[in-house]
Structures are given as structure tokens and as C-alpha cells.
Design a protein. Structure first.
Length: 443
């Protein structure tokens, strides 16, 4: 039953500027991208191998699988801003642990020599890296909550463009971050200075969320006598003016029963599975097969980010008004399939041809997919659906990162054929998005 609730008016979502959430997204991506280029080198130096590198990435995804839906539901109840702040504080604490791992002695715990997992040494700093990534993961609902926030402040006319800007802001971070890593990592402090920079960037994100970002949920309940500890921590509870009291605890099974949501979450899983095979395999491939140094890895990720900013900014804005989102998802999937296949060729110019296709395919496919998902979710369950979608992506990341690291040790660069095939499957499945859009238009 819907009950009227006494409220105080907050900012109307459609009246809010998109810039603050784009800034938060940019800063968050910038922080991680500073560390990304040398993360694989750091894991190898601390005693790990390609399998351990995959497991490290999967650790973040495993804990995000747990945390994202919880934070997504909390954002529907307590407001997006407070949950984004909570998530970013967790990220800041994780980078502090990451820094500690770099400065403590490299004490060996045990040594492994396995025919399946390879040879590696488990050290105390390596264990601390796993703890840091776990902490970042359990509080890592920032992406799904940020997507819910963006949906709150978007209209049907601006949704696709806004999600394109969101992706572009993230990729802008990938331009600056790796380049910054190359400059800072070349100093006498080595990896310490990039990690210190990442801690500072994370702190800036906390300040932006606290003092610049405005709440997007339209109404706020005045409640100063709440007894539950979480509500005391988060302060005023955020809700719509009229809300179904049972909706805030909606389960994953109930989410899947909502029209077309299960199909979209399934596609979300496959997309992340494909991407994570690539993201775990390429840095290892670059260091071991292409024999790239940190500078070359930084240049590669910066070029990738720059191309995707170009595609997701002016190109997507122009083409999005002329081509349906469903068609862009299909075309982008097939372009990405070709891109992943080209990465298996160990030639420099082919690699950069592949990254060009990657930027085009990802740039038109991913924002369009998020726009469709946001439109289907609606306002009532936006945070919950984005949270569960994020969890499906985390589950795919666990599978892709662990399997990717293991398979690369077995088949080398042929691993890039796997995400290529997955993207072809996604492209054919995405033809169903035409009917999704038509039904949405008729709702």
C-alpha cells in the first residue's frame, strides 16, 4: 500500500547539473588508472605470477559482488550522496593499506610450485594488497550508485547523452592517470609516489561528494529519533514522496521478475565477462610478450582513454540523435569482437589498430546499453537494479579475471579469441533490444 509521507523538499533531480557526478566519476577513475599500469609489475615483484594477478582483480570483484546490491538498495532509502560518500571513504582507506604494503618489508610466508597455478611466493605485502582490494570492493558500489544518480537527473531526451558523458569522464581519467603514472613512477620514489597521488585523488573525491554534489532523490524524511544504528550514521532517510514500504528490501529474485530486467542483467554479465578476459590478459601480454616498459603501458592506456573520450563525447552525441541505442549496442559489440581478435597479433601497429576499434566499439555500445538499462529500471528501483547489475558484472569479473590469468598461462595471446567470441554472442542476443525499446515506447 502506498502511504503519503511528510517530507521536506530536496532538489528536483531534473534541475540538478550533471557536472558534479561527472567530476566524481572522473576523479575516481583517475585514482585507479594511476596505479593500473604498474599493478601487474608490482604483483610480479612481490612474488606473484599471472594467476595471482588475476586473483587480485577477482578479489575486488568478489567483494563488490556482495557490497554493490546492498549499497544500491541503501541509496534508494538513504540517498545517493551519502552512499557515494561511504563508498569513497572505503576506497581512501583501501589506498592507505595499499601504500603500507609498499613500505613494509617483503617477508615471505610460503612458496608454491604447482603445475596448475605455476610458481609464486606469498609475501606479507602481497597479502596486504589482497586486503586492500577486498576493502575497496566491499565498499565499491560507487559505479552503480553513480549510474542511479545520473538516471535520477536525466530525462528521456538526455539519458543517452548523459551516459555517454559519464563514460567519457571515466575515460578522461584513463588518459591522465596512466600518463601521470609514467611521470611519477620514473622518480626515485618509484611506485610510492603514484600511490601517494592516488590517495590524494581519493581524498579530493570525498571532498567533492561532501561539498559539491547535491542529493538527487526528490524528497527527504525528517527523522531525528531513529533507533537503528545505520540510520544514525547516515542521518536523514531519503525516499520518494510516495513509496511502497516493501520496495526498499526488494530481492534479486523479485528484481528478475520485473519486465525485461533479467535479460538486461544477463547481457551485463556477458559484457563484463568479455571485458575482463581482456583487462587481465593484456597487461600480462604487454609485459611478457610485447616486452613493454611502464612508459609504453602508460602511453597505451592514455591513447585508449583519449580515443574513447572522443567517441563517447562528440561522436556519440552526434550519432545518438540519428541511430537507436539498440542498433549502437549491436554494432559496438561486433566492432569489439574484431578488436579483441586483433589483440592476439603481436605487432605494434596492429595493437594500436585494435585499440582504435576497441574505443569505437566500447564508446558506442556501453553508454547506449546503460541508457537502455536505466530507462527500463525506472525511478522506483533504480538503485537496486543498478546494484544487482553491478553484482552480475562483479561475478563476471571474478570468472573472467581468474580464468583469464589461468588461461593466459596456458595458451598465451590466443586468449583474446575468447572475448571476441563472447562479443559476437552479445551482438546477436542484442537484436532483442529492438523489441525492448518498442515495448518501452508503448509503456
Amino acid at each position: 500500500m502506498l502511504n503519503p509521507i511528510t517530507t521536506t523538499k530536496a532538489s528536483s533531480g531534473s534541475d540538478l547539473s550533471v557536472f558534479p557526478i561527472l567530476l566524481v566519476n572522473f576523479i575516481g577513475t583517475l585514482g585507479f588508472s594511476v596505479v593500473l599500469p604498474f599493478l601487474v609489475v608490482l604483483v610480479l615483484d612481490l612474488g606473484g605470477n599471472e594467476v595471482i594477478y588475476g586473483l587480485l582483480g577477482a578479489t575486488y570483484s568478489f567483494f563488490q559482488l556482495i557490497g554493490a546490491p546492498i549499497l544500491g538498495r541503501w541509496s534508494d532509502v538513504f540517498g545517493r550522496k551519502k552512499i557515494l560518500l561511504l563508498s569513497q571513504v572505503g576506497t581512501f582507506a583501501a589506498w592507505i593499506l595499499f601504500f603500507v604494503a609498499l613500505v613494509i618489508p617483503q617477508t615471505k610466508i610460503m612458496e608454491f610450485d604447482s603445475s596448475r597455478l605455476g610458481t609464486f611466493i606469498m609475501t606479507i605485502p602481497l597479502v596486504l594488497l589482497f586486503v586492500a582490494r577486498a576493502l575497496d570492493g566491499i565498499t565499491g558500489g560507487n559505479i552503480s550508485v553513480a549510474n542511479a544518480y545520473l538516471s535520477d537527473i536525466s530525462t528521456d531526451e538526455t539519458r543517452k547523452s548523459n551516459f555517454g558523458k559519464m563514460s567519457a569522464s571515466a575515460n578522461l581519467g584513463f588518459i591522465i592517470g596512466p600518463a601521470l603514472a609514467g611521470v611519477l613512477g620514473a622518480t626515485i620514489l618509484g611506485e610510492l609516489l603514484p600511490v601517494l597521488a592516488t590517495m590524494g585523488i581519493s581524498l579530493i573525491a570525498i571532498l567533492v561528494i561532501q561539498f559539491v554534489l547535491k542529493e538527487s532523490v526528490p524528497c527527504a524524511i525528517e527523522d531525528q529519533t531513529q533507533k537503528e544504528s545505520l540510520k544514525k550514521i547516515l542521518g536523514q532517510e531519503q525516499k520518494d514522496c510516495f513509496i511502497d514500504e516493501g520496495s526498499k528490501q526488494i530481492s534479486f529474485r523479485e528484481i528478475l521478475k520485473l519486465d525485461r530486467v533479467g535479460f538486461m542483467i544477463g547481457l551485463y554479465f556477458l559484457i563484463f565477462l568479455s571485458f575482463n578476459f581482456f583487462y587481465v590478459a593484456f597487461p600480462i601480454h604487454a609485459v611478457q610478450s610485447l616486452e613493454w616498459e611502464l612508459f609504453e603501458l602508460g602511453v597505451f592506456f592514455s591513447v585508449m582513454g583519449g580515443l574513447m573520450v572522443l567517441v563517447q563525447g562528440p561522436v556519440l552525441t552526434w550519432i545518438g540523435n540519428r541511430v537507436s541505442g539498440s542498433l549502437l549496442v549491436i554494432l559496438g559489440s561486433f566492432i569489439l569482437a574484431g578488436s579483441f581478435y586483433l589483440f592476439s597479433v603481436s605487432e605494434g601497429w596492429v595493437i594500436y589498430l585494435a585499440v582504435t576499434f576497441f574505443a569505437v566499439g566500447n564508446g558506442i555500445m556501453w553508454p547506449s546499453f546503460l541508457s537502455i538499462l536505466s530507462g527500463i529500471a525506472g525511478k522506483k528501483f533504480q538503485g537496486a537494479i543498478q546494484g544487482y547489475a553491478g553484482s552480475s558484472g562483479s561475478l563476471a569479473s571474478i570468472v573472467g579475471l581468474i580464468a583469464g590469468g589461468f588461461l593466459y598461462s596456458l595458451i598465451g595471446s590466443l586468449i583474446f579469441v575468447i572475448p571476441s567470441v563472447v562479443m559476437i554472442v552479445i551482438g546477436f542476443l542484442s537484436f532483442q533490444l529492438f523489441s525492448v525499446k518498442n515495448k518501452e515506447a508503448n509503456d
